[in-house]
Design a protein around this ligand. Structure first.
Ligand code: AMP
Ligand code: MG
Length: 696
């Protein structure tokens, strides 16, 4: 059950609360991958509904899956809907309310409507607490005035949550009844507006792009602290958005696996521990000076720049618990310890006959027992000396057996087997724990889990592991000349190649890509885009505008933060890299030129991102292969040539023009020519760095 974005909404039954953020108003918060954005204050229901519709439309257009949690009862206790609309169809009840509730920022009809509803029930009630001065027929002021209306006070889910209120109480401290009447019409309209791509859990299967669910924001009182936000309602939406967006997909799927009932259910009701676990804290942010390199008149050698990244960066992602089936491609956050030995007991490596070895040279004969030992059906008895037992691959060795003879080497009849020796003691048998011992660390933290690792973890009895949250990598292009492929473009325009290319590169590394779009060469717009990006990315990769010219706004903005490090690296292709932190989020400002952008992304960003994602530093493979080219280069800079292997020799792309993006596609890796001056002749060994080896 994977959602890209989680939206949490704290609803309200009151009137407009004014322009200044206050408590008991509507608050919403979005989160991705365990990190919440700043909670948003919405002064009244009309503004809030617009905001929700617009946000969902935007996320829908981006193809995101969204979970929207409302702290709002989605249903009433059993029997209510039947009396009112003739069936327990909760979603139809929403439409019933939508047709009857009138609402505006200053007034609404909730008390009168509650009175009209009460009139349709026997006795007095179920609704109570008239919050108005004037009396309303059928709406008692006190809960104790109610009688014989025939409905339960609470739903099953409310009973499971200590301290929750009944939806019949319309007003008074803590009451929820008012906001339910004023919320169901909004939910009904969302269903209509997003019909076809929205479902309501648990009344419908949560398999749509947008899923609405009822939540309850007072389950974690100890975690809703003022450091999330000084206003408690705001802190609540932030904490819950963080928790649900950080929850492993299988954990959330389990949480949503409830029987659909007309009363619905509250997501996470009674599962305090699961919510707590999803809130494991993220490590502290990077230091503001992490990219600051001693800058002199000289160009920085590639190795010095890499050494700086290696020593100044560290992991920035929190952790989550996940099933091993979800773990491939993720970084392990805690060592994995074998839960039991593999194999757990001595067993046979072949189909054959087991006995107590060794067997002497020449003809050996053993009496054959009538029993057999098979995988999953081991023989529980003992095999006496001079006897053999039929045994199959993977079957535990019975007591008295330490050696197995291959069935192909044996003459067997009902009474005995015979074969020619010698056969060493222990032949064709596996020792207990010969592969892995119980308690042994079989994978260490930082490992990127491979499909084979998943198999090994399973064999060692490990069903769940703690992994790093996916690194959220924002990708942004800058430049007035850029257009999206497919747009109409004049000769002066350039199609944005870097953004889809860099997004694909880092997507392949297993990161969560956030498309930040294109920024014009306009400092104010770029600043706003970076502000928004910093709230939802762990790292921002930009291209273009990184030098020190008039239109190099990326470096100029980073300069203003005081964290800019303009790296002038002695390499070709390359222009300066603009490194820095924006609101604490690291920014890699790559050159605009696509070839330079790709090479710098591979050489610098790739190992840096791996460290931030919780893996170790990794260097690409350097395979020494004979050159199929000749080339002279000058002293003092490293050169990377687009290259591929043909017939065991390394060819380079005929043009070194750094605008030739087709050469990147032609190539399968880079040739790296070290810093000193040199001449390469055909047949000289040169290091070839496969693209695939940059992040493994
Ligand atoms: P800049 O670093 O912004 O001066 O850009 C250097 C060169 O790269 C210019 O010719 C730009 O048009 C080109 N360029 C910048 N960004 C992109 C991009 N996203 N896709 C393709 N070309 C780009
Ligand atoms: Mg530019």
């Amino acid at each position: 059950m994977r959602f890209d974005t989680v939206l949490m909404v704290d609803w309200s039954g009151g009137n407009d609360r004014g322009a200044k953020p206050v408590k008991d108003a509507i608050w919403v918060c979005r989160a991705t991958g365990g990190v919440a954005e700043k909670p948003v204050y919405l002064r009244n229901r009309q503004v809030a509904e617009d905001w929700i519709v617009q946000t969902l439309s935007k996320l829908q257009a981006q193809g995101q899956r969204v979970l929207v949690g409302f702290d709002l009862c989605f249903a009433y206790p059993t029997g209510f809907a039947t009396q009112l609309i003739g069936s327990e169809d909760t979603l139809a009840l929403w439409d019933w309310f939508a047709a009857r509730v009138t609402d505006s920022p200053q007034s609404n009809n909730r008390f009168d409507l509650a009175g009209e509803i009460n009139a349709q029930f026997p006795g007095v009630g179920p609704f109570w607490f008239n919050g108005l001065q004037r009396d309303i027929t059928h709406l008692p002021r006190k809960g104790t005035d109610r009688k014989d209306h025939g409905l339960p006070e609470k739903r099953a889910a409310d009973i499971a949550i200590p301290g929750s209120f009944s939806p019949w109480q319309l007003a008074g401290a803590g009451a929820v009844g008012g906001q339910v009447i004023m919320g169901l019409p909004m939910l009904a309209r969302l269903r209509q507006r997003f019909a076809g791509s929205l479902k309501v859990w648990p009344f419908e299967a949560p398999d749509a792009q947008i899923v609405l669910a009822e939540t309850y924001f007072s389950t974690l009182p100890d975690l809703v602290t003022a450091d999330a936000h000084p206003i408690r309602d705001a802190a609540q939406v932030a904490v819950y958005a963080r928790a649900f967006s950080n929850m492993a997909p299988d954990v959330l799927a389990d949480m949503m696996d409830v029987r659909p009932a007309p009363e619905g259910w509250v997501l996470g009701a009674g599962q305090v521990d699961t919510l707590h676990a999803a809130l494991a804290p993220a490590p502290p942010p990077l230091r503001n000076d992490c990219f600051a390199m001693p800058q002199g008149a000289h160009w920085t050698p590639v190795d010095a720049a890499l050494a700086h990244l290696k020593s100044h960066l560290r992991c920035v992602t929190g952790t989550q618990d996940c099933a091993i089936g979800e773990a491939a491609g993720r970084f392990l956050a805690q060592d994995a310890v074998a839960q039991r030995a593999h194999p757990p007991a001595p067993n046979s490596a072949v189909d054959g006959y087991g006995f107590a070895g060794p067997a002497a040279e020449g003809l050996n004969r053993y009496s054959l027992m009538a029993d057999r030992s098979a995988a999953g059906a081991p023989f529980g008895g003992a095999v006496r000396k001079g006897h053999a037992i039929r045994i199959l691959t993977g079957a535990n060795l019975p007591k008295g057996v330490n050696t197995v003879v291959l069935q192909e080497d044996v003459q067997a009849d009902a009474e005995a087997i015979s074969f020619y020796g010698p056969l060493k003691k222990g032949a064709n048998a596996r020792d207990a724990g010969e592969d892995m011992q119980a308690g042994q660390v079989i994978l260490t933290a930082g490992r990127k889990i491979t499909p084979a690792d998943v198999g090994m973890l399973a064999a060692a009895g490990i069903g769940r592991v703690t992994v790093r949250n996916r690194l959220r990598v924002g990708v942004l292009s800058t430049g007035d000349e850029l257009r999206d492929p497919g747009d109409t473009a004049s000769d002066g325009d350039i199609y944005d190649a870097n953004r889809p290319m860099l997004a694909a590169l880092f997507d392949q590394s297993g990161y969560h890509i956030i498309d930040l779009g294109r920024a014009p060469d306009d400092r104010t717009v770029l600043r706003d885009m970076l502000d928004h990006a910093a709230t939802r990315c762990d790292v921002i990769i930009t291209s273009g505008g990184a030098s020190a010219g008039d239109e190099d706004h990326m470096s100029a903005l980073l300069e203003n933060t005081g964290s800019l490090a303009l790296w002038r690296i002695a390499m070709k292709p390359g222009r300066p890299l603009a490194m820095g932190l924006w609101e604490g989020t690291p920014v890699f400002g790559l050159p605009g030129n696509p070839v330079a952008a790709m090479v710098c992304a591979l050489i610098f960003a790739s190992p840096a991102l791996r460290v931030m994602a919780g893996g170790g530093w990794s260097a690409p493979q350097r395979n020494m292969l004979p050159a199929a080219f000749t080339k002279s280069k000058k002293d003092g800079r490293r050169e990377y040539l687009r290259a591929r292997i043909t017939d065991g020799r390394v060819e380079v792309f005929p043009s070194e023009g750094s605008g030739r993006i087709s050469g990147l596609s032609w190539a399968t890796g880079l040739v790296e020519l070290s810093d000193p001056a040199q001449t390469i002749h055909e047949g000289d060994l040169v290091p070839f760095l496969p693209f695939k080896s940059f992040d493994t």
